[in-house]
Structure formats: structure tokens, C-alpha cells
Design a binder for this molecule. Structure first.
Ligand code: NDP
Length: 279
């Protein structure tokens, strides 16, 4: 079980990834530096951005501010970005990565993901990611929003197995089948929108458990992930929430209550469905 903010799981290439990270979707570029600095000061070691979020410049600045404020080294942090899925050729994908890295102003990325499978148009991008990975510019490569069919297609040409699949996952969308498939192929699962973008925070079952364990609804959900070794990126732009979202390592949820949370599943998405998302 993931036991602290600095605690890691080992990926299929031997590299380690912190269990609980900060997601920065919808954090404006100009606000990102201060928020990320605060997150790092308060123990976060993983930051998740994407070219699509339009805040890679602010993210890179936040990483530098966080390192300066804490005395940590770049290698103590785990920085992820994602390539957008606009039917890129191999060369365009290489360029997209180089532009992301330049905006972030970092020497390397810990993880670079294909953001969406986009009508199966990911073969050229994946081959570009493999090249960049082999050249040492990206420590690990992975995918996001890939269903089983997309992974099977990827396996038909990939020479590197993705280290993880970042997918929407929370108690209303437990993704049982996809998780089993990924486990079989040694691909970790990383949850996005773990709080269902905040929608789960008023769920009566979750509130009842929050009361029982003397924790917040967000802490109950995030602990449900940690207790199952599901990697998570959670977003908050507020310092108090950043801190409280990370305060999830001092209690255990009983097996019966874990099941209660898991049984909330309705295969309900807050975001788009990768099978019907038309790009
Ligand atoms: P989350 O489930 O993390 O929820 C974020 C929302 O919940 C925000 O509105 C935030 O508001 C609020 N919130 C956070 N903590 C608390 C709290 N303790 N109490 C009350 N409200 C809270 O949703 P996201 O969609 O942001 O997902 C997290 C991350 O996952 C993203 O930032 C991104 O990195 C990644 N992601 C990846 C996707 C992909 O396709 N690969 C798609 C979507 C997200 P406030 O900021 O005001 O605190």
C-alpha cells in the first residue's frame, strides 16, 4: 500500500513513481508556479501536466521554485506531460515533445503520455516516444485513456510496453476490466479526476464514511485509491486543500467499507468516453 506522499510504486522499467501527485489541469499558467511551489513544499513529489493544459511554462517555473524552496534536486521530483492526439506524424510528434520540454524548461521528463487514443491514430506518436525514450530524453513512456482495444493495437507494433495507463477512475467508475487487463500486462493504472471533479464530495455514502473515519470526503476517496495501490493525480488550486488531500496516510478503511466504496460503481464518467471521443 502507498504509505506517504514520497512513497513510490515500481514501474515495469524499474523506475519509481510517487503514488499521489498533483494534477494541474485548469490551473492557469500564471497561477501554476505558486501552486506547484506550495505543493512541493508540502510534500508532493509528482506533478502532472499536458501540452493541452496550456500551463507547461508555469509548471516548469513551479518546479524550479519548489526545488529552490526545499533544496530538493530535480531527480527527487517526477514530472509528467502529455502529447496531444492531433494525428501527428513521427516527425511532428518529436517536435511536439521538444516544444513541451522547451516550455517546461527542463532537461528531461520522467513520463510522457499519449493523451488520448484519438481514433487509433497513435502509431507514429508512439514510435516517436520510443525513440525519445531510448535517447534518454524521457525516462518512461505511457498512455492515457486507452481502452483494451487501443492497448491491443499498440501491442501489435510497440517495442516498449507503456509503464502506465492514466484513465478516469473513481468510485463511480471503477474500471474493473481495464485494470485487470493492465495488471496482466504489468501496466500500472493512474487515476484522473479521482474526485470526479468534485462531484463525489457530496455523495451520501462517502460522507457517511467521512464521518465514521473522521476524515473529509476527498480524503476517503483518495485513501480508497492508495489502499489499492492505484496511482492518483488530484487537482487543487487551494493551499489548504492541497495539504488536506495529502493527509490520507494515517488511517485504514476496513475491507467492508472499501467494498461499499467500490460498490458505488455505475460506470459513470465525468469526462469523455475514449471509445466515442471524436478526435
Ligand atoms: P479532480 O477529481 O482532481 O477534482 C478537482 C476538483 O475538485 C477541482 O474543482 C478542485 O477545486 C476540487 N477539489 C480538490 N480537492 C478538494 C477538496 N479537498 N475539497 C473540495 N474540493 C476539492 O479532477 P481533475 O479533472 O482536475 O483531475 C485531476 C488531474 O488528473 C488533472 O488536474 C490532470 O492532471 C489529470 N487529468 C487527466 C486527464 C487525461 O485525459 N489524462 C483528464 C482530466 C484530468 P479547487 O481547485 O478549487 O480546490
Amino acid at each position: 500500500m502507498i504509505q506517504s506522499l514520497a512513497d513510490t510504486l515500481t514501474l515495469n522499467n524499474g523506475l519509481k513513481i510517487p503514488g499521489l501527485g498533483l494534477g494541474v489541469y485548469q490551473i492557469p499558467d500564471e497561477e501554476a508556479p505558486e501552486i506547484i511551489k506550495e505543493a512541493i513544499i508540502n510534500g508532493y513529489r509528482a506533478i502532472d501536466t499536458a501540452s493541452y493544459y496550456d500551463n507547461e511554462v508555469g509548471t516548469g517555473l513551479g518546479v524550479k521554485k519548489g526545488l529552490a524552496a526545499t533544496g530538493l534536486k530535480r531527480e527527487d521530483l517526477f514530472v509528467t506531460s502529455k502529447i496531444w492526439n492531433d494525428h501527428l506524424s513521427y516527425d511532428e510528434a518529436i517536435t511536439a515533445f521538444e516544444e513541451s520540454l522547451a516550455r517546461l524548461d527542463l532537461e528531461y521528463l520522467d513520463l510522457y503520455l499519449i493523451h488520448w487514443p484519438g481514433n487509433n491514430a497513435f502509431e507514429e506518436s508512439w514510435k516517436a516516444l520510443e525513440t525519445l525514450h531510448k535517447a534518454g530524453k524521457i525516462k518512461s513512456i505511457g498512455v492515457s485513456n486507452f481502452q483494451i482495444s487501443h492497448l491491443e493495437k499498440l501491442f501489435s507494433f510497440a517495442t516498449v510496453t507503456p509503464v502506465l495507463n492514466q484513465i478516469e477512475l473513481h468510485p463511480k467508475l471503477t474500471q474493473h476490466e481495464l485494470r485487470e487487463f493492465c495488471a496482466k500486462h504489468d501496466i500500472k493504472i493512474q487515476a484522473w479526476s479521482p474526485l470526479m471533479q468534485g462531484k463525489l464530495l457530496t455523495n451520501p455514502t462517502i460522507l457517511e464514511l467521512a464521518k465514521k473515519y473522521n476524515k473529509s470526503a476527498a480524503q476517503i476517496i483518495l485513501h480508497w485509491d492508495m489502499q489499492q495501490d492505484i496511482l492518483v493525480n488530484v487537482k487543487s488550486s487551494k493551499k489548504e486543500r492541497l495539504i488536506s488531500n495529502a493527509d490520507v496516510f494515517d488511517f485504514m478503511i476496513s475491507p467492508e467499507d472499501m467494498e461499499k466504496l467500490t460498490n458505488l460503481n455505475e460506470n459513470l464518467r465525468a469526462g469523455p468516453d475514449p471509445d466515442t471521443f471524436d478526435f
